[in-house]
Design a protein around this ligand. Structure first.
Ligand code: IPE
Ligand code: IPE
Ligand code: MG
Length: 250
């Protein structure tokens, strides 16, 4: 396996934005008020990622299983995505953010699916941060759709070809995966791509997650030793070699 270089700052951060409902319930507000506040939190975290030089941010906004929630909540989440798109795209353009919406669009209204495609197109030339908003996404859906595409094209199924057919083929795998809201599970997020991601779980509810909380997770990441199946000694040697390669030659 290819061993990525050692870096203290993750190139790609993924987040399961969980805890919106509890944030709202604690305040006797409807759950959708928590989701609204969650959009504000995301705006701040996108800005913080741009400022810190993180190149890819992938967030879980609606899972394949979230259709099982009460209909009012599901339609509230659909409306909120449409509203956020119409409001946020100018600011994202100013920040150099390129949008992608990995997920199954076949179950979304054609109007919403069109807005997603339009936002992707409008931001396609931006290159400071790739923001993947996973919507109607599931890790199992992703693996199945990738395998189906390869089978349709009659291509062999290998780790490389599957990776290349998945919904996040345009970015390297996440280095750091954060879950807010206190649960310690993946909930069908990036099952394939998170194979070697460092996992950080925090009790902080997503609407309360800000730049300071992000920095806590980044500090935790910087303390981890990523071994990719190797030994600690091999990784230390790789660091020395990488530093040597960077040193100016006399
Ligand atoms: C995460 O917050 C957002 C979505 C799943 C859409 P939740 O709505 O799951 O919040 P809790 O877990 O109920 O607090
Ligand atoms: C995961 O949160 C999905 C998103 C954050 C979009 P859930 O709240 O749906 O996960 P479970 O049901 O607690 O596992
Ligand atoms: Mg939840």
């Amino acid at each position: 396996m290819h061993n990525p270089p050692i870096s203290l700052l993750p190139h790609h951060v993924a987040i399961v934005m969980d805890g919106n409902g509890r944030w709202a319930q604690k305040r006797w507000l409807p759950r959708v008020a928590g989701h609204k506040q969650g959009v504000d939190a995301l705006r701040g975290v996108v800005q913080a990622c741009v400022e810190r030089g993180i190149r890819v941010l992938t967030v879980f906004a609606f899972s394949s299983e979230n259709w099982n929630r009460p209909v009012e909540e599901v339609s509230g989440l659909m409306d909120l995505l449409a509203l956020a798109l119409s409001r946020e795209v100018p600011r994202l353009l100013d920040n150099g953010v390129r949008l992608h919406f990995p997920g199954d669009r076949s179950r979304l209204s054609s109007k919403l699916a069109q807005s997603l495609a339009a936002a992707e197109q409008a931001t396609a030339a931006q290159d400071r941060l790739v923001l993947n908003v996973c919507f109607n996404y599931g890790g199992r859906w992703d693996m199945a759709q990738a395998a189906r595409r390869l089978a349709e094209r009659g291509e062999p199924i290998t780790e490389e070809s599957l990776s290349g057919a998945m919904a996040l083929a345009h970015v390297p795998d996440p280095d750091l995966l954060i879950r807010t809201g206190g649960e310690q599970r993946i909930s069908n997020f990036l099952l394939w791509q998170a194979a070697y991601s460092e996992l950080v779980f925090t009790d902080c509810l997503w609407p309360d997650f800000d730049a300071a909380e992000l920095d806590k997770a980044l500090n935790e990441f910087a303390r981890r030793e990523r071994r990719f199946g190797q030994t600690s000694e091999q990784r230390a040697q790789a660091t020395v070699s990488a530093l040597g390669a960077d040193a100016p030659h006399a």
